[in-house]
Design a protein around this ligand. Structure first.
Ligand SMILES: NC(=O)c1ccc[n+]([C@@H]2O[C@H](COP(=O)([O-])OP(=O)(O)OC[C@H]3O[C@@H](n4cnc5c(N)ncnc54)[C@H](O)[C@@H]3O)[C@@H](O)[C@H]2O)c1
Length: 254
């Protein structure tokens, strides 16, 4: 029970990696606020956590709207007596080249992927302070540091996540708040399934094709990201801040 007596807000926990994080955190003793735009997905995560004997509540949250982030934090304080951990996992998947990408799409991708993470930390600060400190884990991507064809808006926003992480780590260290990032490679989630369908492949073809990018020759599973997030959120990572833990099956080592 590495998160015994802790409380966490996990954004985008209604699907994929966020759901795996919520389930793992609850198994490790944390009470979890499942903060997601998608009510059905979020409720399904809460049901799965509760069926396994854990504690979770759903709060419908658009991370690009500050009052909604605040409501997720308030739910942690009200339902679980405080807040110790924030996992910024929600993302907008907006792809394209510079000519295709509209001004509105640029704003959306940055508002959700970067400003949304920053706002969530901002509104969580009073509760983290009350708890004497805490841990923030921002989900970045292999796309934070490599170029990929026609991925300009998504990749530039994910690069922003890494700098946001370092700057927050520097500013918040004096408050005993550690801030780290996890950069997944290609992980088998609904977001990747959508991508595969958009490029006209079957899932089987897509998993094989993207699996080839990793030296481990397969896609990752959401739980393999969740374990990395658990480490950074737990006291075992007490001397780790401003770091980016790459979990990509070796896809970007060369
Ligand atoms: N799957 C991968 O291969 C991969 C690779 C690298 C990084 N990532 C990152 O991992 C994270 C999770 O991705 P996933 O693959 O599990 O995606 P997913 O689509 O399975 O889940 C994303 C969840 O975020 C929610 N969401 C979207 N916009 C939101 C908003 N504005 N406010 C609140 N919730 C919102 C969605 O409703 C959904 O439940 C993202 O940050 C993504 O960029 C994923």
């Amino acid at each position: 029970m590495r998160l015994r007596n802790k409380s966490a807000v996990v954004t985008g926990a209604g699907s994929g990696i966020g759901r795996a994080i919520a389930e793992l955190f609850a198994r490790e003793g944390a009470a979890v606020v499942v903060a997601d735009l998608n009510e059905a997905g979020g409720q399904a995560t809460v049901d799965a956590v509760r069926q396994a004997g854990g504690r979770a509540v759903f709060v419908r949250t658009d991370v690009s709207k500050e009052p909604e982030c605040r409501a997720a934090v308030e739910a942690a304080a009200r339902e679980f007596g405080g807040l110790n951990i924030v996992v910024n996992n929600a993302a907008a998947f907006i792809y394209g080249n510079v000519e295709q990408t509209t001004y509105e799409q640029w704003h959306k991708v940055w508002d959700v992927n970067v400003v949304g993470q920053a706002q969530m930390v901002k509104v969580a600060l009073p509760e983290l302070r009350k708890a004497g400190g805490g841990a923030v884990v921002n989900i970045a991507s292999q796309s934070s540091f490599i170029a990929q064809p026609n991925y300009v808006p998504y990749n530039s926003s994910k690069a922003g996540v890494l700098q946001l992480t370092r700057c927050l780590a520097m500013d918040l260290a004096k408050e005993n708040i550690r801030v780290n990032a996890v950069a997944p490679g290609t992980i088998r989630t609904p977001a990747v399934d959508d991508c595969i369908h958009k490029i006209g492949m079957t899932l089987e073809e897509g998993y094989k094709r993207f699996g080839e990018d990793a030296v481990l020759k397969r896609l990752g599973e959401p739980m393999e990201i969740a374990y990395a997030v658990l480490f950074l959120a737990s006291d075992e990572a007490s001397y780790v801040t401003g770091a980016n833990l790459v979990v990509d099956g070796g896809a970007t080592i060369d």
